[in-house]
Design a protein around this ligand. Sequence first.
Ligand SMILES: Cc1cc2nc3c(=O)[nH]c(=O)nc-3n(C[C@H](O)[C@H](O)[C@H](O)COP(=O)(O)OP(=O)(O)OC[C@H]3O[C@@H](n4cnc5c(N)ncnc54)[C@H](O)[C@@H]3O)c2cc1C
Length: 381
Amino acid sequence: MSAEGSEPTRKHKNWGNRPWTVKFRAKPQALPETVDFAVVGGGFTGLAAAAWIKRAAPEKSVALLEAETFGSGASGHTGGMALAESAAGKLPGLGDVLSGYQRILHELRVDGDVHLPGVYELGRTMPLKNSPIHWSDSGDLRAVNEVAGGTIDPGKVVTGLAVAAERAGVLLFEQASIARCAFLDPIRLYTSLGIFQARQVIFATNAYSLELTRWNRRVETCFTIAVATEPFPKSIIEEIGLANRKPFYTVDLPYLWGRLLGEQVIFGSGLVHFTDWSKIDSLDVETGAAAEVFVRLENRIRNLHPKVRGVNFTHRWGGPIAISDGWVPIFERHPESTNAIVLGGYSGHGVAQSVYLGAWAAEALLGKRELPAWKQPDREK
Ligand SMILES: Cc1cc2nc3c(=O)[nH]c(=O)nc-3n(C[C@H](O)[C@H](O)[C@H](O)COP(=O)(O)OP(=O)(O)OC[C@H]3O[C@@H](n4cnc5c(N)ncnc54)[C@H](O)[C@@H]3O)c2cc1C
């Protein structure tokens, strides 16, 4: 192992407090010189991909490298609504994301508190006759449609995937940031722990490290936020129309999504834009543009329904979101090496897709499956 290529690990960031926890830490160990497969990024995508490769090919060596701790990106800071399809709708060959998600979690023995009672689409026109939701938010907000989906516990899913990866024999590294790669054969990775090589690599770095994935002009890195209310009595949950525990998101603007977590309600909306992805770690939820989006969101929530007028919030947090062109996820070979796959850019629709496509990426590297040919809309080169 060499110290060349070292870079300082990221400094402590203030992205608020989340209502779930990741209960897994990787044990320190030496970086190997060469592995068959390296996975970069320890969110849902990378953890699922690494666990799935090792499970399918136990004789191969697999290393997973995470710049901070598992779940420190979007996956640990998400809202946890499991949605079908992609943010761009049905994509050719995508298949049934929710069934696949459940099957993969089951096979990896991950208990993620998955509940799929359906999801309400909300809108300001054409309400469903029996909409249980009657809120006021730039018009009369009602359920306009119901689609497949539900909720998960993100802390449990990150933890469960990390345990599954460790159980399968994946070499797990936290505080191991990849600074750069030389796309040779094998691929050489320059990390904060030293240099090593991998025959094949999956980049699952989402809204970060756009130089590694070459996504600088394909993905916009934003910070998006969520809040959790204090617990409500059952009677109020019924009065505000959430007794059937179906999460919701608006299909018109202004955007709002939410879900129940026990007796608390989580709501989310609002973006802080970044022209340079690397600035996202210095965002502080208590100051500047981020603090303003929290105030706006909390005011909107307090005006949704008379029963929530004086509500207090117990948790405020946010995380990175990778908004891709046309909201189409990016899932393809790396432009500089056919031995590497880049996967991510789910645009706020990644909870189920990340795991589902992570397992698909694993199968593609093992030569068991082709990659899809999803096209982003025309874009400038
Ligand atoms: C507030 C919020 C609410 C959301 N709500 C929902 C929702 O309800 N439903 C839904 O479907 N989606 C939602 N999303 C989106 C969803 O959470 C993401 O699409 C999903 O978590 C992406 O997972 P990932 O593993 O691809 O990325 P991430 O979880 O971001 O993981 C990428 C990891 O790569 C690591 N990394 C980056 N660069 C390097 C490097 N150079 N070396 C090593 N490691 C590196 C990062 O530290 C990070 O841990 C939400 C997102 C946010 C922020």
